[in-house]
Design a protein around this ligand. Structure first.
Ligand code: 2HA
Ligand code: ZN
Length: 279
């Protein structure tokens, strides 16, 4: 059996967490990531019949959330209370490789070495995976973090989805190309609950980026790079928005320019035309 610490999925995951920390998106124990792994991938590194510990589906109200679609699926997940700062140096304490068991508990196959368990946001992650897999069978990553500028923007910008997305599109030419569907926006809600998980998953049916106002962001994607890149692009746009601040805007990316980009990148079918002012 190969050494799981050298598994490409684990190395990339730990490096991504380190990068997120470096960018200031994951202070203290802020943020969490879950990565859907393929069974063949896991089997190269672990005996999948060897469950080292059983974990409860903590915090999940089974009436509100049915995890059945994910039974038998494997995930690499950050641990509750763990710091992104420490993931790269000690993956085995800060991360876990788990499988959703038939009895709707969690089989721990590796990690959480100090007796830990899955992130407190596990319900929101799993509900988001279910929602994204329905619209994109290749979705594998759900990522939550607290990017500074995006958070700041949710204090001063109207929390209307169309207006928020439009403002972000105006902040850099790439934006409409990277997230033509815009961003979903949730009001402040209590984190760690089934309610915020359900609300996030509902948004995930049409968005890969969902803002948790005054808290952070959820993003989903086919791989770690794509998901990280989505957050990076949104955070860059929010940074420009904040740098502009109260100064008078004398130039902007017009809707005509946005339409040219939509045509150039052939994204007419995915762009949210209803978020345009002149439809
Ligand atoms: O786990 O970010 O939303 C820390 C968080 C909770
Ligand atoms: Zn958070």
């Amino acid at each position: 059996m190969k050494n799981v610490l050298e598994a490409p999925f684990l190395v990339e995951f730990a490096k991504t967490a380190a990068n997120m920390y470096r960018l200031g998106w994951d202070e203290r124990n802020g943020g969490n990531i879950s990565y859907l792994l393929k069974e063949e991938e896991v089997k190269e590194f672990l005996d999948v019949n060897h469950v080292i510990r059983k974990l409860p589906l903590a915090g999940v109200n089974s009436a509100a959330f049915d995890i059945s679609p994910l039974i038998g699926k494997y995930f690499l997940v950050t641990g509750t209370g763990k710091y992104f700062k420490n993931v790269l140096d000690d993956p085995e304490t800060n991360l876990g490789i788990i499988r959703i068991a038939k009895d709707k508990t969690i089989d721990l196959l590796w990690g959480y070495k100090d007796g830990g368990r899955t992130t407190s946001e596990f319900p929101a992650h799993m509900m988001s995976h279910i929602a994204r897999l329905k619209v994109d069978p290749n979705n594998r990553v759900v990522m939550h973090c607290h990017p500074t500028n995006l958070l700041a923007m949710t204090y001063v910008h109207e929390l209307d989805e169309a207006k928020f997305s439009h403002t972000l599109w105006e902040m850099s030419t790439e934006c409409i190309v990277v997230f033509p569907e815009g961003v979903g926006v949730l009001p402040w809600m209590l984190c760690g609950t089934d309610e915020i998980g359900i609300a996030t998953a509902e948004k995930m049916a049409s968005f890969r980026i969902v803002l948790w106002s005054l808290h952070g962001v959820y993003a989903a994607g086919k791989n770690l790079d794509e998901t990280f890149g989505l957050i990076e692009t949104v955070e860059k746009a929010a940074t420009i928005y904040n740098i502009i601040g109260q100064r008078k805007v004398v130039n902007t990316i017009s809707e005509d320019a946005m339409k040219q980009l939509v045509d150039l990148f052939k994204i007419r079918d995915v762009v949210r035309w209803d978020f345009f002012r002149n439809k």
